[in-house]
Each structure stands twice: as C-alpha cells, then as structure tokens.
Design a protein around this ligand. Sequence first.
Ligand SMILES: [Mn+2]
Length: 284
Amino acid sequence: MSITHFLDLRAEFRDARRAAAAILPVPYDATSTWKKGADRGPAAILEASTQVELYDVESDTEPHLHGIVTLKPLTVDGPPEAMADAVQARVAGILRQDQLPVILGGEHSVTIGAVRAAAEAFPELSVLQIDAHADTRESYEGSPCNHACVMARARELCPIVQVGIRSLDASERPHLDEERVFWAHEIGDGDRWMERAVSLLGPQVYVTIDVVGFDPSLMPATGTPEPGGMSWQQVTGLLGAVAASRRVVGFDVVELLPQPGDHACDFLAAKLVHRFLAMIFAAR
Ligand SMILES: [Mn+2]
C-alpha cells in the first residue's frame, strides 16, 4: 500500500534518519458515541496536506526543512486499552529517536498512549487540551480508555490545562480544577486568558487538539459539533504562545470526521499541523 506523505515532501525532506518530526497516523474509531468515521481522519489530513504551501507566512519559515517523516499508519483491531498500549509503544520509539511525535487521529482515545509515553520521557510534562468536551469521565461505556476519559487519564500522570470547554456531564464538574479550565464562554479576544493558560503549564508540554474545540462554523466535520467554539486566531494564537515559551514535546490532532464534498475542514486540520510545526521549529 502506498502512503501519502505529509506535505507531499520530496524524499530528502522525509528521510527518517534526519527528520525532526514524525507524523503517526492512527486511524482508530471504536468508542466514538454518535457519528462514526474518525478513522478516515488521518488519510484526509494527509491528502489535504499535499495542497498546503510549504512556506509559513507568520513565522517566515519553511518547517519541512527540519525534516518531517510520515510513518506507516498504526492500525489496531481491538479495544481502546490495546490501542493505547500500541500507541504508547510507537510514540516511545519516536521520542527515543529524538523526534517530535505528531499523532493524527482517529478518535480522541488515541491520545492516552501518547501522553503516557511523553510522561515517561519528560518528568516535567504538562498536557494542554483544546476541546469542547472536558473528557474527564473516569470510565465510559465500560472502558477507562474511552474517548470521553482521555483527560481523566492524563491528569493521573501530570498537570493539565483545558481550553475551549463547553460540554460535560454534571458529575465531571466537581472533579475539575477550575483554575485550569478555560471555558469557551469566558475566552475573550484579548491575550490575557492566553497568558494565564500558558503560565499554568510546566516546562515540557504535550498538546492535544480535538478539532471540536473550533467553532462548528469553521469545523463542522466532527462527530459531535458543539456551538460556541474557538476561532482559528484564538487556537493558533494559543499554540504560538505555548511554542514560544515552553518545550512542546509532542502533539496530536484528533476527531476529524471527513465529510464527502467538504475539503475545507480537512485542509484546516492539515494547515493546523503545518502551522504548529512552524511555530515549534521557529522557537528552537
Ligand atoms: Mn475530546
């Protein structure tokens, strides 16, 4: 099976031995609750990435010059626990090679293994989540590794910061550290919330971006779109502030549910990966 390389890079820029970043597609969708299809997300992002300009305007850089390798998709036929173990092993391998892991979901549960690997490699890790849902249920539909439990698992390992949140179960709220939750309805246009969010993060940061964090006017292509979400400027502004002042040790983009006939959302997700890589490399 031929694979689509992120940004359709020429061989010299996707040499595994020299790449600074490794893209790991994880087309997994077993526990999603409503609309299925997040398993088609990674392929859609890679396909759209072939149309993203290599030059990043805002940073005035070309992130692909650092080398970006696209790995073979990690496919797991099994429960989310098995998938989390498989992702953890693959991400640990990427980190051992001193590469920045970029995981393309798949449903949000793919983050669990990646955070475990990052927490093992980086003792001062924090996790920044951009999402609409708190994802802090202790267990859901019989599994502690369900997509609705991602941040409950992450907060067992390290400090977390949650941004864009606007949907959760009443039972989750008492267990949230509200100092570290940036509700969508309280995020303004200024930078103050952003500075406070970044200040709560430790020196090493793993970032998980559930595309439902964006407003559905911008990103309708996700399983449970929630109105009142974040803008492109808010999300990339926050990511830029994190990249500039913290060491980003890995990130993921999850829960894209590609819609036939709509390529804008696929492109947004691909561009988001490219922009974040540009900001991370520019800060090094
Ligand atoms: Mn989520």
